[in-house]
Every structure is written in structure tokens, then in C-alpha cells.
Design a protein. Structure first.
Length: 466
């Protein structure tokens, strides 16, 4: 961008809303990805915006997007910045649209169980407001205290209670989106509709490439009456998976179900010595007291039939107390030569054991410690996490390790036919494998949508292979 363009932006939204100060540009050009955190230690960024624009209202957003499209200037929307895949990093410079102050609750409708909010409100702040009305959002990712609502939508995110409450696509009622043309799309909420393709879905998982979500209306629920905990230790992954499949067939829908491999069990549940060397399942049920008790009884019976040993409530309660704390991974990255990464995919029940082993072996070629767990269960499969840490001789080698880790793990994931991402998004880390995921025809459809919605190609370029 040149000085004339900076002046034009200043005239458009006001000089106090445009900054080219490196002290402003640098932190906003980063996100929460571990590679970005590693570079930050050295005072570096993956890429740097040329100007930060802080719009005062939706009209400003529309004016900036229209100007960027007309002038061929890249524009990257950024909310609270919690992405861990680099989706909010301005890979091609240009304008970074700082939307953090669009963070208000606009309306709570207890009768219809809806909440209308601005896009950058933190999930935790929204939850606090909902609780005042006896309501909850049901969406609790580990980024609960740092992630915004619109970002959760654009990354097609999910939360730890998704087995019962669903992911963002299940919580979504309405969207309001400013398109690259400056036009505004407002969806319409209804319990269900058969009015052609659901246009809201275009923006879920779009990673800011199709427009800026300014408002979201969410489906909310009453705060559950009861929360009940349980846990079981199994001698094999297959026994834990079969327990999960069987309970689902019986109609049991826990709010949370996680299966830790023996390494992660030992790392995170050291106080439960009876689970040493085992696959640890933790469960949490929510709802009416009678319902949670019946579900717990069914699962206990099914688990016993698979050789599961009842570990009581405490392992699940311990998980709940620590569920938002991933500081130990950032602490590892902050060490000289330290590397840490969490890679999540999705696979069918029959594929999970093989994919788990293949991912652990692939990560082990680069990293020192590898562990994994299953979470977010569905009728036909589940989300699988592989978490790895390591220490390299130099910071340069630590950064190189990220390239090798992603290459090795994504290769085995695609080879096994698993989905390369469950909820963290594509960003720049997974971009090289997007064609393998969608196929050439599918990727062509995606690119066709991009050309139609953003013909100038200015919205968050460099993401989703655009």
C-alpha cells in the first residue's frame, strides 16, 4: 500500500481509525498458533499487515471492503485472534480489519431461546450474560475465554459439550454478513426451511474469505438441572470405542465423552493410579436428574461388559476443572528449542484405531512425546486428537520441526481416508492438503464460489488455497 491509499482509507473512516504504527501492526498480525507463538519469541511474524483499520460500525466495514475490492488491496478480518491455524494472519499484507470492539449483546429472547450478538463478543462474556437469564450457549471450546462468536462460525468450530449440544452449525440461527461488495446479507431464522440451499452454510468454515460476519443469532438452552460425572478404565482402545458405540445405540447421549490413551492418561491423570497403562474414558451427563441417572446406569452396564473398570466421578471432575488450561503447551513453546502442537482430525469408528496409531507414529518421527484422545462423538465416528511436544537444539530447528510434523501427520491422515480437520480450520497449516480432502472437482466448486462472492480476490487471500 502507498501513502495515497493510506490517505484514502483515513478519509473513508477517519484518520484516528487507521494506523501504520509497527507497534499496532505487529501484535495484530499474529494469532494464537504455536508456530506464531514461537516466532513471537524472536520478534518475528509470519506476515505483517500494512495498515490496521478499526471501523466504528457496520457502514464503515462495508465502505472499507468495497474500497479494498475496488483497489485490489487485501483485507483480513480479525476478531479476538484465537485462531490456532493462522487463519487471521494477513499473509499478503494489505489491511487488517480490527473488529474486537464489535462485542455487544444486542438481544436475548428467553421465550424463543435466542441470543443476538455482535461477532467479536467473547464466548465467556456471552455465557455470563446468558446465565443471568437462566440460559447457556452450550458451546465451550478450550478457547472459551479468548474466542469470539463470529470466529467460531468462520472456523466451523465446536466445543467440548458438542456430543449433546452440537457444533456451531447446530447452535446457529441467523447471520448478518458484509460481503466484499459492501452489500449486507441477512439470513432468516426458522426451525427448519426448504427454500433452496442453506446460504448460511457458505460462511461457516469460510475463514473470513467470503465476508465479515457482524452479527450472529444463536440458539440457546436453559441451564441444565443436573450434571453427573463418570469414568472407566479399559485395557484397549477398541473396548472403549465399542462401549461408546453400544451406549449410543441404546440412546445414551452424554454431554462429554473423552477417551485418553495410556500416555495422556499418565500425563494428565497421574493421581488415578488404578488407571495406569489404561485407556481412560471420562463422561459428563447433563439434563434432568432422572435422565442423567438412567444414562449413567446404562453406560456402567455397557462398560462392564467390555471389561471397563469403574473409576468413579473424580477423573471426570478433574477434567472439568482443568478443561480450559492448555498453558503447558505454550510453556513448552516458550522454551529454547521447544515445540508443541495439537492436531485434530475426524474418522469413522472402524478407522479410528488405525488412524490413531498412524498419527502417533508419524508425530513420533519429529517429536519426543506423543499422546492422543478421542472427543466429540457422532453416530458414525469421532474426533481424534494427537498432541505432541519436543525440544530441538536450536530455535531454527524448532520451526523446521513444525513443517516436518504437519507433513508427516497430514500424509498419513489423507492416506487413511480420515478428514484432515474436525474444528480448528485450515489456515495456512493445512492448506497444502485441501485438494486431497475435497478432490479437484470439489476444490473447483469452492474456487467458483470465491470468484462469485469475491471477484477481486481481496478477502483474506492465502487461505483455503485462494
Amino acid at each position: 500500500m502507498n501513502s495515497e491509499q493510506i490517505d484514502q482509507l483515513s478519509q473513508l473512516v477517519g484518520p484516528d481509525r487507521v494506523s501504520i504504527d509497527p507497534a499496532v501492526l505487529t501484535p495484530l498480525s499474529r494469532d494464537a498458533s504455536y508456530r506464531s507463538q514461537k516466532l513471537e519469541r524472536a520478534g518475528q511474524t509470519i506476515a505483517l499487515a500494512e495498515a490496521v483499520v478499526t471501523p466504528k460500525d457496520e457502514a464503515d466495514i462495508a465502505a472499507v471492503l468495497k474500497w479494498c475490492a475496488a483497489n485490489g488491496v487485501p483485507v483480513t478480518p480479525r476478531g479476538p485472534g484465537s485462531s490456532v491455524m493462522g487463519s487471521q494472519i494477513p499473509l499478503r499484507g494489505g489491511v487488517l480489519l480490527d473488529l474486537r470492539h464489535f462485542n455487544q449483546v444486542l438481544e436475548i429472547d428467553p421465550y424463543n431461546r435466542l441470543a443476538r450478538v455482535q461477532g467479536s463478543i467473547l464466548l465467556s462474556d456471552l455465557e455470563a450474560e446468558l446465565n443471568k437469564h437462566g440460559l447457556t450457549g452450550g458451546h465451550y471450546p478450550q478457547s472459551f475465554y479468548v474466542a469470539g462468536v463470529a470466529g467460531s462460525m468462520t472456523m466451523r468450530g465446536t466445543g467440548t459439550f458438542s456430543s449433546l449440544y452440537g457444533s456451531v452449525e447446530d447452535r446457529l440461527a441467523e447471520l448478518r454478513v458484509v460481503l466484499p461488495s459492501g452489500d449486507v446479507y441477512q439470513s432468516h431464522n426458522s426451525p427448519r426451511a426448504s427454500t433452496g440451499p442453506d446460504l448460511r452454510q457458505l460462511f461457516l468454515g469460510s475463514e473470513g474469505c467470503f465476508g465479515v460476519i457482524t452479527e450472529v443469532t444463536l440458539k440457546v438452552i436453559p441451564i441444565p438441572q443436573t450434571r453427573l460425572y463418570a469414568s472407566f478404565a479399559f485395557d484397549s482402545f477398541e473396548a472403549a470405542l465399542d462401549t461408546t458405540r453400544t451406549m449410543q445405540a441404546a440412546g445414551v447421549v452424554p454431554a462429554v465423552l473423552r477417551i485418553y490413551d495410556p500416555v495422556e492418561t499418565a500425563a494428565k491423570h497421574t493421581q488415578f493410579t488404578a488407571a495406569d497403562g489404561s485407556w481412560l474414558m471420562v463422561l459428563l451427563y447433563e439434563g434432568a436428574a432422572e435422565l442423567t441417572q438412567v444414562q449413567a446406569q446404562i453406560v456402567a452396564r455397557v462398560a462392564a461388559g467390555q471389561g471397563g473398570r469403574d473409576m468413579g466421578e473424580e477423573p471426570a471432575q478433574s477434567w472439568e476443572r482443568k478443561r480450559f488450561d492448555v498453558s503447558w503447551m505454550s510453556d513448552q513453546v516458550a522454551r529454547d528449542g521447544g515445540v508443541a502442537e495439537a492436531i485434530e482430525i475426524a474418522a469413522s469408528w472402524s478407522a479410528l484405531p488405525k488412524v490413531m496409531e498412524a498419527m502417533r507414529q508419524a508425530a513420533g518421527r519429529t517429536m519426543d512425546k506423543v499422546m492422543g484422545h478421542v472427543s466429540h462423538i457422532y453416530s458414525d465416528g469421532a474426533c481424534l486428537y494427537v498432541i505432541s511436544t519436543g525440544t530441538k537444539p536450536t530455535e531454527a530447528e524448532a520451526l523446521m520441526a513444525y513443517d516436518q510434523l504437519w507433513q508427516d501427520v497430514m500424509e498419513v491422515v489423507t492416506a487413511e481416508g480420515a478428514v484432515i480437520c474436525h474444528h480448528h480450520g485450515i489456515g495456512y497449516e493445512r492448506a497444502p492438503w485441501l485438494e486431497a480432502e475435497h478432490g479437484a472437482v470439489g476444490l473447483g466448486l469452492l474456487h467458483g464460489l470465491k470468484r462469485m462472492i469475491d471477484p477481486a480476490g481481496v478477502m483474506n487471500p492465502g487461505k483455503l488455497t485462494f
